[in-house]
Design a protein around this ligand. Structure first.
Ligand code: SF4
Length: 381
């Protein structure tokens, strides 16, 4: 306990029960639905990457949805991660409100009414009509992201009252913004159900990175992206919120990395793993991989993947698979997304020399169980 606030089991702090959206998120059961990169706001700390911000793209977790009118990947990702809910984010989801409405309806139809959906939005595009549409579609929780530097639009969040959903306000804890944050807390107390603060983090996007540097914000350590001073400020602010009678939760960078993400990876790896894959306690996959010489991981690998002639590679992989099968009794899967062959790490280690003699490149790879299969470690045999 720190005064009036208590530490949760998930490296966060709160002054009451967690909002339902957060309770599912910490278990890794909330699918992150990035509904569009369009956003009329320009927050200086915006964490949205350059390849998403300003682009009308849709992602279900890391999975880019090819055709937003038919989001088949969304349902598959929800199934693979055993999601019991989704958090709709962006960009500003209200820039594509009809898409939000459509997806909320589809998710509720597919997974049932209890599939919990929350949505984040700044205030620029909020109207009663849009809120009415979202509510009618079945949205359970709405979280506003007001601009601390411009209070003109703050009263708009009261338009969400009168609907039977939970209303929250969520902002980053910005050191130096104590007075503005207190002002916001005083404004929302009695009007919303909860107040969430996120630890301010260093962003990988160039614009936000430079702005945070220019404002003399410093990363608090090598491991965490959290900004020095943000946690201390957040704890002070949630105590202030509590004294105003407002339920508050402070979500740390560690919660997102060590708890929410790990829990989601563990769930996904259970479902995404092939029978011969090994799984680490963090939910990563350890796989036996065989690459074609011209497309083995190394310098320029990602670029080569983009320009590869998939049909030709498929033929070469099928041929390589037959040759290995002639030598080794093992299940071998052609992975077209990378492209490569996958087989048991143990069997591959035992037969590495023979595989190399075929002009192929064997490796043991530890990677994320996500759709991009991001490699953490590649050990060439
Ligand atoms: S509202 Fe969200 S997406 Fe838009 S600029 Fe701010 S942080 Fe980025």
């Amino acid at each position: 306990m720190t005064g009036a606030i208590s530490k949760t089991h998930w490296h966060s702090w709160c002054t009451g029960a967690l909002p339902e959206g957060c309770a599912q998120c910490v278990q890794g059961r909330k699918l992150v639905l990035f509904i569009t990169g369009l956003c009329p706001q320009r927050c200086f700390y915006c964490p949205v990457s350059e390849h998403k911000f300003g682009h009308d793209v849709v992602y279900a977790n890391e999975w880019k949805i090819k055709n937003p009118d038919n989001p088949v990947e969304l349902f598959e990702e929800a199934r693979l991660t055993e999601a019991t809910g989704a958090g709709i984010t962006g960009g500003d989801p209200l820039a594509r409100v009809d898409r939000c409405v459509d997806y909320i309806k589809r998710l509720k139809e597919k997974f049932g009414k209890r599939f919990h959906i929350h949505l984040y939005t700044p205030l620029k595009l909020v109207t009663k009509e849009k809120l009415q549409k979202l509510y009618a579609a079945g949205l359970d929780e709405i979280r506003f992201h007001p601009d601390l530097d411009d209070e003109l639009l703050w009263p708009r969040l009261t338009l969400s009252r009168g609907f039977n959903w939970r209303i929250g306000v969520e902002i980053p804890a910005i050191p130096g913004y104590e007075e503005k944050t207190r002002k916001l807390i005083s404004f929302i107390a009695g009007k919303v159900d909860f107040f969430n603060l996120n630890e301010l983090e260093r962003s990988d996007t160039k614009a936000a990175h430079f702005k945070l540097d220019a404002m003399h914000f410093v990363q608090k350590g090598d491991i965490s992206y959290g900004i020095r001073g943000s946690s201390e400020m957040a704890l002070e602010m949630i105590t202030y919120a509590k004294n105003k009678g407002l339920r508050a939760h402070f979500c740390t960078a560690k919660l997102k990395d060590a708890v929410q993400m790990t829990n989601r990876l563990r769930r996904r790896s259970k479902r995404a793993a092939l029978p011969f894959d090994e799984r680490t306690s963090e939910g990563l996959l350890v796989r036996g991989c065989v690459y074609l010489e011209e497309l083995a991981p190394g310098v320029g690998y990602r670029e080569k993947l983009k320009s590869a002639d998939r049909a030709m590679l498929r033929k070469l992989l099928d041929k390589a698979k037959s040759k290995i099968k002639a030598m080794v009794k093992a299940d071998i899967v052609v992975d077209e997304s990378k492209p490569r062959l996958l087989l048991s790490p143990k069997i591959l280690k035992e037969n590495a020399k023979a595989v190399k003699n075929l002009g192929l490149v064997p490796a043991i790879v530890e990677e994320y169980p996500t759709v991009d299969a991001f490699e953490v470690e590649i050990d060439f045999l």
